[in-house]
Design a protein around this ligand. Structure first.
Ligand code: CO8
Length: 379
């Protein structure tokens, strides 16, 4: 039996923030901070905040803009975080709403309805609460039978969840799995940190995984192989967690937000990812040159250029390795799924592709897939 990806969808928030807007707000905040703390800076008690630059951001990362679920507050120098209106326990939660918006597109692409689904996996870098699982809320809202659960694997949440979906179909414990990645990253971004304020954006992605026998979509991708590896590293970290109350620490302190040693991450993760992909492709009896399209993790354009250069000895074109981080920025685990969802319909039956994530953990997750004949128009 073949296990296939038969649909993928992206829900994009309506609010966009350009590098220029973000830098302008950060710089005004930094100037105000430096003015307020002038004496302490002069005495060496605290450090001056350096200014950010839109040119640096684009050159160092390839990011030009990002989307925000809620823009209000992010560019206000007296706030510097998104002001997300609280919802009552009776209302649909923010992440469930994002998840459902992406799920509806993936279901439509796969020519499926809620009745066809029997497992929901919500997998992302953060969930807005511990329980009940966002996946179970989505399951309830969409009227899905079976089971649902949440998974957290930071950057590799989407690829690791696709592998759990693959395993469930292959083992017969599910018939059709809805995998959703509502990446609401903006509340965990430190918009007062010059080195990381530009990195992330919000988005939600979704995919349908099922047996080839039940697939009815126009575009169907056979999953030939899945791989996941992790290696512990403190170089990307957020200490946000439920122990803050017991530890009597500030739950909003800088270390509770995303922070990283970006240079080290770059140097350590690129060779790991290149080796991982080369091993996977060769183990399947293929050459790296057989891969028609690379839907790579979208953290940094230079990382992707380095990885593909290590693999193929040349820079890949946008057609071979589509970039979406220029408009979406780093969307935690969703980046490779956005790249896939927006850039797979033009390929032909028989074409091979790789979906791959790499990042916090460290973690690397990848799927080697091959396009098969579509069954019918998905409308
Ligand atoms: N404006 C102007 N100058 C700057 C800025 C800025 N905004 N930031 C840094 N600089 C300066 C630095 O001070 C430095 O100056 P100097 O040379 O004088 O010391 C110079 O520019 C170079 O700085 P860096 O060494 O930091 O710059 P890099 O070229 O390394 O680029 C990057 C920085 C873009 C961060 C790069 O290192 C990178 O992308 N690394 C990989 C990071 C990565 O992939 N991380 C993965 C994180 S995502 C993830 O794992 C998911 C986590 C879960 C989601 C979290 C949601 C919130």
């Amino acid at each position: 039996m073949s296990v296939v990806i038969s649909g993928a969808g992206v829900w994009t928030p309506e609010h966009r923030i350009s590098n220029e807007e973000l830098v302008e707000a950060y710089n005004r905040w930094a100037v105000q901070y430096n003015r307020k703390n002038q004496e302490a800076i002069e005495s060496g008690a605290c450090e001056e905040k350096p200014l950010s630059s839109a040119e640096f951001i684009e050159k160092a990362s390839g990011i030009k803009s990002r989307y925000a679920y809620i823009k209000d507050g992010i560019l206000d120098i007296d706030t510097m975080f998104p002001r997300i209106p609280p919802r009552s326990e009776e209302q649909l939660s923010h992440q469930a709403e994002m998840a459902i918006s992406a799920a509806e597109i993936a279901l439509q692409q796969a020519a499926k309805t809620s009745e066809d689904i029997d497992m929901v996996i919500v997998s992302c870098a953060y969930t807005e609460r511990s329980y009940p699982a966002i996946a179970i809320e989505v399951q309830h809202a969409l009227g899905i039978q079976g089971s649902g659960f949440d998974m957290l694997v930071a950057c590799s949440a989407a690829t690791f969840a696709l592998q759990r979906a693959y395993d469930a179909i292959a083992a017969g414990s599910a018939r059709c799995v809805l995998v959703i990645n509502p990446e609401l990253t903006s509340p965990q971004v430190n918009y007062c940190d010059r080195d990381s304020h530009f990195i992330f954006g919000d988005v939600a992605t979704a995919a349908i995984v099922e047996s080839d026998a039940s697939a009815r979509a126009e575009h169907i991708w056979d999953i030939l192989d899945t791989r996941a590896i992790t290696r512990y590293s403190n170089n990307i970290r957020s200490n946000f967690g439920y122990l803050a109350r017991s530890e009597a620490v500030d739950p909003f302190a800088e270390d509770r937000l995303f922070h990283q040693n970006g240079r080290k991450v770059f140097k350590e993760v690129c060779p790991m990812a290149a080796r991982h992909l080369a091993d996977q492709i060769r183990a399947a009896g293929l050459e790296v040159s057989d891969i028609r399209r690379w839907w790579l993790h979208q953290a940094n354009l230079n990382m992707n250029l380095l990885i593909t250069k290590k693999l193929l000895g040349r820079n890949l074109t946008q057609d071979e390795a589509p970039t979406v981080l220029d408009t979406y920025a780093n969307t935690a685990s969703a980046g490779s799924i956005i790249a896939f969802a927006q850039n797979h319909q033009d390929l032909d039956p028989g074409d091979y592709g790789i979906i791959c994530s790499f990042g916090a953990g460290y973690s690397i997750g990848s799927l080697l897939i091959q396009k098969t004949e579509g069954k019918m128009g998905s409308g």
